[in-house]
Design a protein around this ligand. Structure first.
Ligand SMILES: [Mg+2]
Length: 384
């Protein structure tokens, strides 16, 4: 039997190896980002607008950096707009377009990106992202450098974009049933939204996304949602599931969160949403089993629960649309923003509606080679 000292030494060596691996991954990522920043071809010919969320801790530093970067890279007269309580990213982006902006860059967290995308989707013009939020999940999913302003600005202000799908939720029992609440990452109704609603924003600023766990605890044992779910698959066929009970229903455009994969098979450019219907039973054991499911699908990279789980289910379905008719109103969230409560919801997707400047282009995506703005002296239909 190994002595306690041997065990301590082995554990210490394992921790040191893990720390070295993390540092190596960070170093490689940083090198790649520097390479991206230096290899990009500046595109200073257009009118740029930057929509900044001033409530973010890094906002003032980002503002100064953006001004200096624009000066250095000959980006003339950038439009800089701040979001306000009654003027979100979407309103700022609309103002920027009205003032002649051809590229609108969202500088904030996922909320700012989501609201700017609401205006930019379908506009035919590109948006950029300079992540200064806490989660920055969409930026991470799409490969935009996080925590490196120089690399993020290099991506946002140089040519090379890809088209991505833009999800939406309609609250059919609201006063504006046709209004599309945009999302780029995940929207959901039930437990996930209640958890977000009960997460302290001050705690989120200090411990980032871990704060959601604190919010989750308050809702572990609440009543489940009940109702009918109707999915439309990729062929247009409808599948109706009545009398369902579940903790949460989520619709994902991309599904990676730090350390885990919520929806391993979600792709943000396949024109489909990945739906997940999650249920647990048996109190804490059910939630632990669900955690095991998430770890399992993160490891195997497949939308599939763990074979060891017995008190939790994750039903997954890929499709164009889902409609929920619920017995009681449930809290609804889009990319971490609460939009209210609803009993009648529709999740849908606008395929490839959004053009986003990214560091690496997929093969066959043509937006990156479209004529740069103003080269022909005319505003082009699509700006890469
Ligand atoms: Mg998809």
């Amino acid at each position: 039997m190994p002595s306690p000292w041997n065990v301590i030494v082995i554990v210490a060596l394992c921790l040191a190896a893990l720390a070295a691996l993390v540092l190596l991954v960070r170093h490689l990522r940083r090198r790649r980002e520097v390479r991206v920043a230096t290899a990009r071809e500046d595109d200073a010919r257009g009118t740029y607008a930057f929509v900044i969320n001033p409530s973010k801790p890094g906002a003032e530093m980002a503002r100064t950096f953006i001004r200096e970067y624009c000066d250095e890279h000959h980006i003339v007269d950038p439009i800089i707009l701040d979001t306000q309580l009654d003027k979100d990213g979407g309103v700022c982006a609309r103002e920027a377009l009205d003032r002649g902006a051809q590229v609108v860059v969202a500088c904030g967290g996922d909320g700012t990106v989501r609201t700017v995308a609401r205006t930019m989707a379908g506009s035919g013009l590109a948006m950029g992202i300079v992540p200064i939020g806490t989660g920055n999940l969409f930026a991470r999913n799409i490969g935009i450098p996080v925590g490196n302003l120089n690399a993020a600005m290099a991506v946002a202000t140089s040519r090379g974009s890809r088209t991505v799908d833009a999800g939406f939720v309609q609250m059919l029992d609201s006063r504006t049933p046709e209004y599309k609440h945009r999302f780029l990452i995940v929207a959901g109704a039930g437990f996930d939204a209640d958890m977000i609603d009960d997460t302290d924003p001050r705690l989120k600023k200090s411990i980032s996304w871990m704060a959601y766990f604190v919010g989750a605890v308050k809702h572990l044992f609440q009543q489940k949602a009940k109702g009918t779910v109707q999915f439309v698959d990729d062929t247009g066929e409808t599948h109706r599931q009545p009398d369902l009970e579940f903790r949460t229903v989520m619709a994902g455009n991309c599904g990676q969160i730090p350390g885990f994969s919520l929806m391993p098979e979600a792709r943000f450019d396949d024109g489909l949403l990945d739906f997940e219907m999650i249920d647990t039973s048996g109190g804490v054991i059910g939630w632990m089993s669900l955690f095991g499911d998430v770890v399992h699908q993160t490891v195997v990279k497949k939308a599939k629960g763990s074979p060891l789980s017995f008190n939790s289910t994750i039903e997954q379905f890929e499709g164009r649309q889902a409609t929920l008719e619920l017995e009681k109103p449930q809290t609804v969230q889009v990319d971490g923003d609460i939009i209210g409560k609803s009993r009648h919801l529709r999740f849908g997707i606008d395929p490839r509606a959004l053009i986003v400047r990214v560091p690496e282009l997929p093969e066959g995506d043509v937006t990156g080679v479209i004529q740069p703005i103003r080269e022909t002296g005319q505003k082009p239909e699509v700006v890469g």
